[in-house]
Write a protein that binds this ligand. Structure first.
Ligand code: AMP
Ligand code: MG
Length: 426
């Protein structure tokens, strides 16, 4: 519409200018997650690694205990061991003390006759004839005898063979991502080599003519690449092998070449930028041209454009360019998807309800994730601005508040769902 020669009149604002665009089909978050979960399976091959390199690796098969923990009955304390049968049920007791002792790694060679006691130290194997230990502090001794007061139950202060884990038991199941305590367990059970998945190689590519890598000169119309260091670090945190694919301009030929090369080097590819449906959104366009674009509008805020597709058989997660949206989409969608590809199966983030320290009115239609952190009294505070360009808010936050798809008016004190960064492994 024109308002006379040479004068352009902008169209009036629509009543629904803040509502979802009409005629657009949005994929609810749960549908998108379900689709990912159903469509993906493990792609990482299997390899053997020494236990010392097992941290963060994913078990490719069940780990069976090669020996029991403990392997033999031993003493839980420093004290004196004897046969329970030979002492009175209750009251003062005196037992002659045998020469010698049983220490950890230096067991007593002989048998202890009934009615005799022997010096025994923590972790020492129980000598033959010993089933019970009295704590050193509960005894007196003259060097030749010990005296103590009952009652003492049979087996007191001892550990039974296999009471923790018995040989032959499955200690950890396939799919487990190994933690430091897991490595302690497996070492105790006699394992020294672990059958694990090769780390998932995840390529990270930034796109956009305006994007410049850190360290280079940037004009005022250019921005530094914030997504690549963020996404590469997330991959490292998630125990994948980050593959830096660099940066690609908004050019479909170059992008296609880069994806071709990336599909040789990586098991999965994360791109950021150009995932929407605009003129310069080349990631979604190239996936669409190749006939492999699967889903690109998710009812989530921040981060609605998410382009998913297979490039030469390698899954591509086309994340939005906005760092806040790229981050949230990585945590919500890419994390469980990559976990599945890596062999650890689907994962859901830790979440719990806490009182809100804020007020917010939310429209229906999209699931929202707010940058949040807990106050000293355990209430969820949210970052002052919801602008998806506010990278400082990501850094300020220590978690996300998740608001369900429907409308909601959150008032201070209302319970809201809090997802700590820690629960995302961040
Ligand atoms: P796009 O998804 O390509 O439309 O980008 C959305 C917004 O994110 C734009 O303001 C981009 O300049 C910005 N952006 C895209 N890629 C990056 C990046 N790697 N680091 C920081 N900002 C980015
Ligand atoms: Mg762009």
């Amino acid at each position: 519409m024109t308002g006379g020669p040479g004068r352009l009149v902008p169209p009036p604002l629509r009543d629904n200018c803040f509502a979802l665009p009409p005629g657009v089909s949005w994929t609810p978050v749960d549908d998108a997650l379900r689709r990912l979960r159903e469509g993906l399976s493990v792609v990482a091959p299997v390899e053997d690694v020494p236990l010392s390199q097992g941290l963060g690796r994913i078990l490719a098969s069940d780990c069976v205990a090669l020996r029991s923990n403990p392997p033999a009955p031993n003493s839980a304390v420093d004290g004196y061991g004897f046969a329970h049968e030979a002492v009175a049920d209750d009251g003062p007791q005196t037992l002659p003390l045998m020469a010698g002792r049983s220490a950890a790694g230096a067991p007593f060679a002989g048998a202890v006759p009934q009615g005799h006691a022997i010096r025994i130290l923590t972790g020492a194997q129980l000598p033959e004839g010993v089933d019970t230990v009295v704590l050193e502090e509960d005894t007196t001794t003259d060097g030749g005898r010990i005296a103590f007061r009952g009652p003492l139950r049979r087996g007191a202060n001892t550990r039974k063979a296999g009471e923790d884990v018995a040989a032959g038991a499955v200690a950890l199941a396939a799919g487990r991502r190994l933690s430091a305590p897991d490595l302690a367990l497996l070492a105790a059970l006699g394992l020294s080599t672990l059958r694990v998945r090769r780390r998932l190689r995840v390529g990270v590519l930034s796109t956009g003519d305006e994007v410049v890598p850190a360290g280079q000169a940037a004009r005022p119309d250019q921005i530094f690449d914030a997504n690549r260091p963020m996404l590469l670090s997330l991959m490292a945190r998630w125990d994948h092998e980050p593959v830096d694919l660099g940066h690609c301009a908004d050019d479909r030929v170059g992008l296609g070449r880069t994806l071709d090369e990336a599909s040789e080097q990586a098991d999965a590819i994360l791109t950021s930028g150009g995932a929407s449906a605009g003129d310069e959104d080349h990631v979604s366009a190239i996936l669409k041209d190749a006939g492999v674009l699967h889903s690109w509008r998710i009812a989530v805020k921040p981060g609605r454009p998410l382009a998913l597709g297979l490039w030469k058989g390698v899954p591509v997660f086309g994340l939005p360019g906005n760092p806040v949206a790229a981050f949230v989409c990585s945590l919500i969608f890419a994390r469980p998807a990559l976990s599945t590809l890596a062999g650890a199966g689907w994962c859901t983030p830790q979440a719990f309800d806490v009182p809100a320290a804020f007020e917010k009115r939310k429209k229906p239609g999209r699931r929202e994730y707010l940058r949040a952190r807990l106050s000293a009294d355990g209430r969820a505070e949210v970052f002052a601005s919801e602008g998806s360009g506010r990278i400082s808010g990501l850094s300020w936050a220590e978690g996300l508040v998740e608001l369900a798809d429907g409308a909601r008016h959150v008032r201070p004190g209302d319970l809201v769902r809090y997802l700590p960064y820690g629960g995302f492994g961040v």
